[in-house]
Design a protein around this ligand. Structure first.
Ligand SMILES: [Zn+2]
Length: 443
């Protein structure tokens, strides 16, 4: 029998039970045995000293791109889940924009088998809404639901045809699963590489306006009302979207949404080479035209970023999700027009979010709620809480330790981050999955 693990003296934050206090946690096998102020140690316990550290339920990410099958040069299921563990994530969801797309039962089963055999982090697949993610014909949604998908999305692409979206919402509601939409009206974003603002004008880069997102969010709210289906808005990025979702929630619409760490902390000034936007004008420098800050939806304005923070504070935003989108160096070491959209986020999510506790009114327990029990509820899984009898998925981190973001040290194959060289607080110490430490201090 495996030894019991005793985690001593950490600040346990468990939003589900409103617990925020110094506690010991005893793990027996794959489950939590007890949580108490002082647990008597016996000599056959493995000890983890968590004094000065925070103990959170294992983080859950409902939006990752693992690139396998088809683009293993960018990321594989093994490197992606290693990056997840290093970032404190114990459960992640894989988006279906692989090659081939995850649009039928056999690809979903491939992911499930790989997850079972090769990884220590749980992966839940998301099935495509339309065949080949082309937006034309619905997939066999019920068949994929039987294989265990947690929702449907054509992410990377929007479901642009409103009639297809109407049908998708109607079918998915009978399966009790959400449709997760990447909201972007393609006619308004065609040929754009960043947010449309004075920054894009200054740089001479074609931008996409907020309307490209707002219009589709409004459409999806209307279609959710029509069908009763659960619409989940992926990676919200505009003030307009937040206002629409807030109003829809007040009216009782079946809607949820997520935001990424980068849309909470960065603005389009990152394309200019500036990560701490103060809302003032900045000129072009040698750090400008930063392709690492090219992402879709684009990093928006200072006002939009503040609207994301408001959305977290007032509960309009349900979940924080990474939209981890690894790419090879070749796809980023090029011109803005040639560069791929996406940021490698799994290993920087925690420090990005911790920075919010210093610059905004967002407290750490609220961030942890959006990373744990909120996504667990969305996934309808009995995880995301530190209580006796629950599965022992835990993340132990130091919220005060400073470190320099060095992408070459990432376990992800994707070294693409605009945070390179930034010094941030918040370091993952140990990630525990089903009672087993799967990541400890860099390994
Ligand atoms: Zn997307």
């Amino acid at each position: 029998m495996a030894k019991k693990i005793l985690i001593q003296g950490g600040r346990v934050i468990n939003p589900k039970t409103n617990l925020d206090s110094t506690m010991d946690v005893l793990i027996s096998g794959s489950k939590i045995e007890s949580v108490a102020p002082k647990i008597q140690r016996t000599k056959d316990y493995t000890l983890i000293d968590a004094s000065n550290y925070l103990i959170s339920p294992g983080f859950i990410d409902i939006h990752c791109h693992l690139r396998e099958p088809g683009e293993e040069y960018k990321e594989t299921i093994i490197t992606g889940t290693a990056a997840a563990a290093a970032g404190g994530f114990t459960t992640i969801c894989a988006m279906p924009n692989t090659i081939p797309a995850m649009d039928n039962r056999s690809v979903i089963e491939f992911i499930n088998n790989k997850s079972k055999e090769e990884t220590s982090v749980d992966i839940y697949p998301i099935g495509a809404v339309t065949k080949g993610r082309k937006g034309e014909e619905l997939t066999e949604m019920a068949d994929m639901a039987k294989a265990g998908v947690i929702g449907f999305s054509d992410d990377g692409n929007p479901v642009f045809d409103p009639n297809i979206m109407r049908q998708a919402l109607a079918y998915s509601s009978s399966l009790n699963l959400p449709i997760i939409n990447h909201c972007e009206v393609p006619e308004l974003s065609k040929g754009a590489h960043m947010n449309e603002s004075w920054v894009s004008t200054l740089l001479g880069i074609k931008g996409m306006p907020n309307s490209a997102e707002d219009i589709m969010v409004a459409r999806d709210i209307s279609l959710s009302k029509l069908t009763g289906g659960h619409i989940h808005i992926a990676h919200v990025s505009t003030k307009g979207s937040i206002d629409l979702i807030r109003k829809a929630k007040d009216e009782g619409v079946n809607i949820t949404c997520e935001v990424t760490p980068h849309h909470l902390t960065l603005t389009d000034k990152s394309v200019l080479g500036i990560n701490n936007d103060t809302g003032n004008y900045s000129p072009i420098t040698t750090n400008s035209y930063n392709t690492m800050a090219k992402v879709n939806p684009p990093l928006r304005s200072f006002e939009d970023k503040n609207a994301m923070i408001e959305g977290i504070l007032d509960g309009t935003i349900d979940i924080i999700a990474t939209d981890h989108a690894p790419h090879s160096q070749v796809e980023k070491m090029c011109t803005m027009n040639e560069a791929a959209f996406g940021i490698s986020v799994l290993e920087t999510a925690l420090p990005s979010l911790i920075s919010l506790t210093e610059t905004t009114k967002i407290p750490i327990p609220l961030l942890i709620e959006k990373l744990t029990i909120a996504p667990a509820k969305f996934l309808n899984l009995d995880i995301g809480s530190i209580e006796p009898e629950k599965v022992a998925d835990l993340t132990i981190f130091d919220p005060t330790e400073e470190w320099e973001i060095q992408p070459n040290n990432f376990l992800s194959k994707g070294k693409n981050t605009p945070l390179e060289g930034d010094i941030l607080k918040g370091k993952i110490k140990t990630t525990i999955k089903k009672g087993v430490p799967i990541y400890t201090n860099g390994k």
